[in-house]
Ligand binder design. Structure first.
Ligand code: ASP
Length: 349
């Protein structure tokens, strides 16, 4: 993504900072790292130093969740609740940007969902965190918050992204790939947002949130496991398959489970384990069988973005062919359009 250092910087910014938990503010009282409340003073110190070192005046408003969490505890509503807070605070104070301090374990999932929820917010929303808590030797907390603030001082895009280590990652393309490296995140495939964002239909959001889930196939996978996941996640299931979209057939048990689910209205979205390339359900017989059973090809979406988008569209009240249409439409750059597949070169011996 664009480097914060290359865009035009301003000399003053106003920022909302929301602390939700994560290693950034954790302490270890002898039983392992845990999140703690009350990080306002330390954050103010980091900002004062940022102002001195960068010559940028920062007007900021600091809030934190009533109960900060280890982000591994994030639930199905966590991203939506954070997005609501960001939106309502933004509407009141109209900051230049928002920084959300968050745990790294689920930052890409939460960030991707926030990106869909806040797709029209018009200001940068930056998630950041740390691999080592603030104040401990070798901590990356201050430098990551500094990167986030700099990205608001030199805004290049008004979207949701992750500032971590040396890089900015569009949230809909980000994935945590290291727990032992300051550069903990990677951007999986290029992010190419549509030039004019498509307008989703006005549909009444569901009052009851239907659960959506994620299931990864593996050699030896018992078909009952997939069936159980499809029954539990009635809102929809992202199915992370092999390669261009294949899975163990078990005779036809897995495809039959998919057919049963789609015919009762549970969408199934097929994505790939691979970091490069895209799902092509026409290529192999298991892919065709899934497509004929009603599965939707999820292109080259990351697991985090696919789960976020499916949950977002289902919560908007979309279903059937409408859901299929919007799931396969590039909304924010989460999906390459046209598909990123390159023909495999023919080699002859
Ligand atoms: N378990 C922590 C969390 O996600 C890890 C981190 O923040 O780096 O909250």
């Amino acid at each position: 993504m664009t480097s914060a250092a290359t865009a035009q910087r301003v000399s003053r910014i106003s920022v909302d900072i929301l602390y939700t938990g994560g290693t950034f503010g954790m302490v270890d009282h002898g039983d392992g790292l845990r999140p703690r409340q009350g990080l306002g003073t330390e954050i103010a110190d980091v900002i004062a130093r940022f102002e001195r070192e960068n010559g940028i005046a920062v007007r900021f408003d600091y809030t934190e969740l009533e109960q900060v969490i280890d982000s591994s505890d994030a639930g199905p509503d966590t991203a939506r609740r954070i997005a609501e807070r960001v939106r309502s605070a933004g509407a009141q104070r109209r900051p230049d940007g928002v920084v959300v301090v968050h745990g790294t374990d689920t930052m890409a999932y939460i960030g991707a969902r926030m990106a869909f929820e806040l797709r029209d917010i018009g200001i940068p929303v930056v998630l950041t965190g740390a691999q080592i808590p603030l104040g401990l030797p070798g901590s990356d907390a201050r430098s990551n918050l500094t990167l986030a603030l700099n990205s608001i001082a030199a805004p290049s895009v008004s979207t949701t992204f992750i500032a971590f280590g040396k890089s900015l990652h569009p949230a809909v393309r980000a994935s945590k790939r290291a727990c032992d490296d300051y550069d903990g995140f990677t951007t999986v495939q290029e992010c190419t947002p549509p030039i004019s964002p498509p307008r989703l239909p006005e549909i009444h959001a569901r009052p009851d949130s239907m659960p959506v889930g994620l299931f990864t196939v593996f050699p030896g996978m018992h078909p009952d496991l997939l069936d159980a996941a499809l029954r539990h996640y009635r809102g929809g299931l992202v199915l992370e398959c092999y390669g261009s979209g294949t899975l163990p057939l078990h005779g036809s048990a897995t495809v039959q489970a998919i057919r049963t689910a789609t015919s009762r209205g549970t969408p199934v979205v097929v994505i790939t384990h691979c970091d490069s390339g895209t799902v092509d359900l026409d290529r192999y017989q298991p892919g065709r069988a899934m497509r004929d059973a009603g599965a939707i090809g999820g292109g080259d979406m990351t697991r985090e973005a696919a789960l976020a988008k499916l949950g977002y569209l289902v919560d908007l009240g979309l279903s059937g062919s409408e859901l299929h249409r919007w799931m396969t439409t590039n909304l924010l750059g989460e999906l390459s359009n046209p598909p990123a597949t390159q023909p495999i070169p023919h080699t002859s011996n």
